[in-house]
Design a protein around this ligand. Structure first.
Ligand SMILES: Nc1nc(=O)c2c([nH]1)NC[C@@H]1CN(c3ccc(C(=O)N[C@@H](CCC(=O)O)C(=O)O)cc3)CN21
Ligand SMILES: CC(C)C(=O)C(=O)O
Ligand SMILES: [Mg+2]
Length: 276
């Protein structure tokens, strides 16, 4: 089969408890988005730890200006496609905008993304009361949850654009409180996006769960990027925190391998990819 990965060298499956062990042992977590089976197989072959079916697909695949138009059906469709390209890589899928409008909706989304989609974990933005309730309800039913704080793209209209969050002291303190709250609600992983480097470090030290940063500086327990950004094929302006790993290299495989190496060594992100 085209996406069959059975001939690749065996790799121990990445698990939810395994991610916590990586934080404890100081091994950085390498995460990338994927939206289809062919990209998933590239991540798998490069030994990427975590694949994220991000609702960023609404922008980079569908061409929308935000992630808000993405539906649960579309997330399930892309998640199932990515799952077919993976074997050892842990699969995380975003809950789309408003999938958390009630606990029952969040549970339905979790059931579909894990059951039909084959994800091992769902990601949910924010730390509002209803989000904490959704995290608790999912965790109680053994659905692992990745929280997402800082620049949460589904809040683009509230933020007035994709703006760096937590710059003021009180805003930074609030992000730390939110991180503790999502951990207490039962989150197993935290994506921290678009915050100053110092806040990335503070949050990473404040919680026991692993923190995967994107535009959050080099002190997080891991890093995530949108796959098209790290290949330099995103149309228009790419976020400052991303880097073109295909530049000067001959293949997508080499670019993903270089990204994984640079995340694990700490070479990426460099100071110019961060905010202060
Ligand atoms: N291609 C792509 N890459 C992403 O990382 C990404 C998406 N799409 N879509 C969903 C969200 C939106 N994201 C974005 C998009 C733009 C910026 C951006 O342009 N930020 C400014 C900083 C603005 C400020 O200083 O407040 C930058 O210069 O990077 C940040 C995050 C992150 N996610
Ligand atoms: C940018 C990452 C963290 C994400 O949520 C997405 O790709 O949708
Ligand atoms: Mg997302």
């Amino acid at each position: 089969m085209y996406v069959d990965n059975a001939s690749a060298p065996a790799r121990k499956p990445v698990t939810v408890p395994g991610l916590r062990a990586m934080k404890a042992e100081g091994r950085r977590i390498v995460m990338l988005t994927a939206y289809d089976a062919s990209f998933a197989a590239q991540l798998e072959a490069a030994g990427v730890d975590v694949a994220l079916v991000g609702d960023s697909l609404g922008m980079v695949v569908q061409g929308h200006r935000s992630t808000l138009p993405v539906t649960l059906d579309q997330m399930v469709y892309h998640t199932a496609a990515v799952a077919r390209g993976l074997s050892a890589t842990l699969l995380v899928a975003d809950l789309p905008f408003m999938a958390d409008r009630g606990v029952s909706h969040a549970l339905e989304a979790g059931a579909r993304l894990l059951g039909e989609g084959g994800a091992a974990m769902v990601k949910i933005e924010g730390a509002a009361a209803h989000v904490l309730q959704a995290i608790e309800a999912l965790a109680a039913r053994a659905v692992p949850v990745c929280a997402h704080l800082g620049l949460t793209p589904q809040s683009v209209h509230k933020f007035g654009g994709f703006r760096i969050q937590g710059r003021a002291q009180d805003a930074a303190d609030r992000v730390v409180e939110q991180a503790l709250a999502v951990q207490a609600a039962g989150a197993d992983l935290l994506v921290l996006e678009g915050v100053p480097t110092a806040l990335g470090e503070r949050v990473t030290r404040a919680v026991e769960i692993p923190v995967v940063g994107i535009g959050a500086g080099p002190h997080c327990d891991g890093q995530v990027l949108v796959c098209y950004d790290m290949l330099g094929i995103t149309p228009g302006k790419r976020p400052k925190f991303s880097k073109d790993f295909l530049a000067g290299r001959g293949s997508v495989a080499a670019a993903i391998a270089a990204y994984a190496d640079e995340v694990r060594s700490g070479a990426f992100p460099a100071p110019e990819h961060g905010f202060n």
